[in-house]
Each structure stands twice: as C-alpha cells, then as structure tokens.
Design a protein around this ligand. Structure first.
Ligand SMILES: [Zn+2]
Ligand SMILES: [Zn+2]
Length: 278
C-alpha cells in the first residue's frame, strides 16, 4: 500500500491542477491520494482556498475517481488553527462532506495580540522579523506559544492528522534554540500526550528536506522515538505543491520509520482509518 494524503493543488497555493497529481500518483502505482488544500482563513491571503470554491474542488476530485479505478481519491483540507480567529474545523468536514482533515499551525498568535507570526514559507527573514517584532526576541516565549497553540488545536478541534508537528524548528536552523533543551522536550512530550489522548495520526513530512529548508523530517528523531514507543499511528506526507513532489522523500521516510521500528502506516478503508504494514 502506498498513499499520500497531504497535497496542495491550484485551489490553494499549489501550482498545478488536480489531474496532474492524480496522473503522477497513478503512474507511481499509489493506492490512495488525498487532497488537502489550505482551508480558508478570515483575512486576506494568497494561500488558502476560497470557501466559495470548496464545492467545485470536491466535485472535481470526485469527478476523476471513475477514470482511475486503482487509485482511491480522498477530499480533505489542511486547516489552520489560530485561537479566536479560525472557524471550527468540523464546519468544513460537515458542510462539504470531506473524507479527512489535517490540522496545523503556520501562524502563531501572541497572547492578547491580533498580529500573527508566520513561521512557514521560504523566507527566514519573516520568521526573524516576527521573533523580534511580536516577541521582542524572547525565543522561548515565542516557541512555547507555537506549541501551546498546537495543544489548544488538539484539545478543541476535530481532525485526523497533525501536520508537521514541529514546524517551528524550520527557520531556527540551530540559531535560537536547540531541540534537546529540557523546556523544548517538555513541550514536545506534552504534544505526544495529547496526540495519544485524541488518537490522532502523526505525519512524517518530507517537504522541509526536499525544499532544502530543514535538514530533518518533521518531526525530528526525538519525537519519532516517542511516536514509536507509544505506537502512535502514522502516515508519510510529502506536502506536495507540484505534481513532481507527490513522492519526493517517500523512500527516505520509509527508511527513517523502519530505523525506529515503525512498520505500519494508516490508510482509509470504508471511511475509517486502518493500518497496513509498510
Ligand atoms: Zn502545512
Ligand atoms: Zn501542507
């Protein structure tokens, strides 16, 4: 079984039409392919799908299913969680009859502040400017805020998969903090506790590596060791924004998971998640 549930097409900030990703996955003999456009956010942006477009997005994916009988197609969204700003994730699943939801934090909201720190994207300068402008270079407070926002997302939202759960490290590049500091480990440990309580799926996400933005997968080895220890369900995501990225890093991710003794991945069968050997 081979699957990818984390892809972005041109309904959001992905670069190509849906069909291109399907053809690529079919060519590579994938069994399952999920689309996960960035969900709408309540402010002007150039990365999220417009809510008015979701019905057409869903119809388009469904429309291709009969042409690709060996590749099961699934409709999802990657929902951003910003406290006090974003819609409940369940709204999208219920309104548009989606198959799955990915939850993730890309925009960190400081306490008692309406401004947002964008921690993703290609430019580390934006990360640095946010650290300075929104958090006065209090790195620990800023990084802690990312994790707390992730905790609140898990506690308050309904979704299936947690996206790139330690994305906060991407633009750090060992400049501001190291991932083995006790305070950072405690935050990661708490996330793992919550993931277990809510029976969430953790993805191993290859995008940071193939884009050259991060030397590691998301998540890093320490979190992977905890995922393995507690038998937390996993998927391999390439977070593709182009069709040529559908399988980038997949084989390396398999090798990484096997090195941690992880030998099962999750797939969708009859609208339920089910595990299969890698
Ligand atoms: Zn993401
Ligand atoms: Zn994504």
């Amino acid at each position: 079984m081979k699957a990818n549930f984390h892809t972005h097409c041109n309904y959001c900030d992905g670069k190509e039409p849906i069909l291109n990703y399907i053809e690529e996955a079919d060519r590579l003999c994938y069994d399952q392919l999920g689309f996960s456009s960035h969900a709408p956010v309540p402010f002007a942006n150039d990365f999220g799908i417009h809510e008015t477009q979701i019905p057409e997005y869903v119809r388009t994916i469904d429309g291709y299913q009969s042409q690709f009988p060996h590749l099961r197609l699934f409709k999802g969204l990657e929902c951003d969680f910003v406290p006090g700003m974003t819609q409940p994730f369940a709204h999208y699943r219920d309104t548009y009859h989606l198959d799955f939801l990915i939850g993730g934090v890309h925009l960190v909201r400081p306490e008692n502040d309406d401004r947002l720190w964008f921690i993703d994207g290609s430019k580390y300068e934006i990360y640095d400017n946010g650290l300075r402008g929104l958090f006065g270079m209090d790195v620990r407070r800023a990084v802690t805020r990312f994790w707390e926002q992730s905790f609140e997302m898990i506690e308050t939202q309904q979704f299936d998969i947690i996206a790139h759960c330690d994305k906060i490290k991407m633009h750090n590049r060992k400049r501001y903090f190291t991932e083995d500091e006790p305070w950072y480990r405690q935050l990661a440990d708490h996330l793992i506790d919550l993931v277990r309580q809510k029976h969430l799926i953790v993805e191993i996400n290859t995008r940071g590596i193939y884009k050259g933005r991060c030397p590691d997968f998301y998540p890093s080895d320490y979190i992977l060791s905890q995922v393995a220890r507690y038998h937390i369900p996993m998927i391999i995501s390439t977070d593709a924004h182009k069709s040529e990225e559908v399988s980038l890093g997949y084989d390396d991710a398999v090798a990484k998971l096997k090195s941690f003794g992880i030998s099962y991945l999750m797939y969708i069968k009859d609208q339920q998640w089910e595990e299969h050997a890698i």
